[in-house]
Design a protein around this ligand. Structure first.
Ligand SMILES: *[C@@H]1O[C@H](CO)[C@@H](O)[C@H](O)[C@H]1NC(C)=O
Ligand SMILES: *[C@@H]1O[C@H](CO)[C@@H](O)[C@H](O)[C@H]1NC(C)=O
Ligand SMILES: *[C@@H]1O[C@H](CO)[C@@H](O)[C@H](O)[C@H]1NC(C)=O
Length: 425
């Protein structure tokens, strides 16, 4: 090695070390920061995809609205991709799949103890040794798929429910849950149809404060009785566990639920528009609608938060999937998704994982322009992101902090006069 090479090597090593440190910090940090970074970076990822670098991100560009003109002319866009036949049956199931039918699903959460040790077989394999530590951690515990519940509320699903709203949250986000309960997540009866709301939590991620955070969650749940909590760590890669646990919970307790809205705790949602949309789609089978990405490419740049090594996924494209910020699905489909999920290995990105489950069922998710889970317009500072007439016609908009959400909610629900009618639904 000459001096120059040595210098280059040294630089690269430093950079790698720095990245590893940052990744670890992000994963281990308090969950608030982790989540907002996660979402910010997702936006960045979307923006990158507009640029010239094809390998950087997603091939299919989302329909961003460039200006006010396009904004007002926005039209319903419902892609029924490939018109795939929507088969009722799972393809030939791999060995070990529980060939359960609706009638045979358990009626309680029957997981009471956790006995899951790391899969040390992996550690001898060279491809595993090459992976970054967060992926190693993910793979070592990937086979641990069932965790006990800390707080459960089966009573939430008793009787006939038209819409069940479930929101991914973490222990420390009390204020977000508080605002949601007061605004779009309010439990109500609309047009004679019941709407119920639940929050999905794992264990608090902040090790030093875990006991305190848990106490607060316990107190909050005593007051509101709307928290489902499982005994796994709330971390970035464990979001998929939250998905599978919810699907299993739903399959177990909610035979009378017609539709499910699942989303993040920092989005704006219009339940009225959801109702309107569902009314117009009531004959649709396998309804699954959201901000759908088609032909998204796995990100192969190590420094990206969404980096996926080929050892974990070696295909060119992800199957179509809906951004996890907010999507709507039929209850019957949600039950089938639980079964489909059991046939697949867990994948670290939760919304992509759900796309994989849909693929197993040969169901293609529908894209709808009223779901804006990757941001409203390209320019995050744009005035449109604060325009109530815009929000009035949306189903989901990412992303608002509690006070902004409260403010926007008040505006949208005041005697708002919008100069032009936007036909979205
Ligand atoms: C590890 O390997 C042993 C022996 O091959 C096998 O019995 C065991 O099931 C493996 N463990 C896991 C978690 O896959
Ligand atoms: C997911 O949660 C389990 C149980 O708390 C934990 O052992 C595991 O390390 C977590 N996985 C990741 C990738 O954070
Ligand atoms: C891709 O991964 C699958 C499953 O991990 C494996 O069976 C297959 O051989 C891999 N294909 C290539 C081209 O590496």
């Amino acid at each position: 090695m000459n001096n120059r090479e040595r210098w280059r090597f040294y630089k690269r090593a430093t950079l790698m070390f720095f990245l590893a440190a940052v990744t670890l910090t992000v994963v281990h940090r308090g969950s608030i920061d982790m989540k907002s970074r996660f979402e910010l970076e997702r936006q960045v990822r979307m923006h990158v995809s507009d640029g010239a670098e094809p390998s950087a991100a997603l091939k299919e560009e989302p329909t961003f609205l460039a200006g006010a003109k396009q904004f007002w002319n926005i039209a319903v866009q419902r892609q029924n991709l490939h018109h795939q036949q929507q088969s009722e049956l799972l393809p030939t199931a791999p060995a070990g799949e529980p060939s359960s039918t609706e009638g045979l699903s358990p009626t309680t959460w029957d997981v009471t103890s956790l006995n899951c040790s790391p899969n040390l077989n992996l550690s001898h394999q060279p491809w595993f040794q090459d992976l970054a530590s967060n992926f190693q951690q993910f793979l070592l515990y990937r086979h641990c798929r069932l965790f006990p519940m800390v707080f459960n509320h089966p009573e939430k699903c008793s009787g006939e429910i038209f819409l069940l709203i479930v929101i991914k949250s973490v222990a420390t986000q009390h204020d977000r849950r508080e605002v949601i309960r007061k605004t779009w997540g309010k439990e109500q009866v609309l047009d004679g149809k019941r709407v119920k709301t639940l929050f999905l939590l794992g264990r608090p991620s902040n090790e030093a404060e875990r006991e305190n955070h848990q106490k607060l969650v316990e107190y909050e749940d005593k007051i509101y009785g709307d928290i489902l909590q499982w005994d796994f760590l709330d971390s970035f890669f464990n979001l998929t566990l939250k998905e599978t646990h919810f699907l299993k919970w739903f399959h177990t307790y909610c035979p009378g639920v017609r539709y499910v809205f699942k989303g993040d705790d920092d989005v704006f949602v219009s339940v009225e528009n959801i109702f309107e949309y569902l009314e117009s789609s009531k004959n649709e089978k396998n309804l699954f609608v959201g901000d759908v990405l088609v032909k998204a490419k796995p990100i192969r740049k190590k420094e990206n938060k969404y980096y996926i090594p080929e050892a974990l996924y070696n295909e060119t494209y992800y199957p179509p999937y809906a951004g996890g910020g907010g999507f709507l699905m039929d209850g019957i489909l949600a039950r089938r998704l639980d079964r489909a999920a059991n046939t697949l290995e867990l994948f670290p990105i939760d919304d992509v994982f759900l796309g994989m489950c849909l693929e197993v069922l040969h169901v293609t998710p529908t894209k709808h322009n009223a779901f804006k889970t990757f941001g409203l317009v390209k320019n995050r500072k744009s005035r449109l992101n604060r325009e109530p007439c815009f929000f009035k016609n949306m189903i989901v908009v990412h992303k608002l902090l509690p006070l902004e959400l409260m403010h926007m909610w008040d505006l949208v629900n005041s005697d708002l006069v919008c100069s032009q009618k936007v036909e979205l639904l």
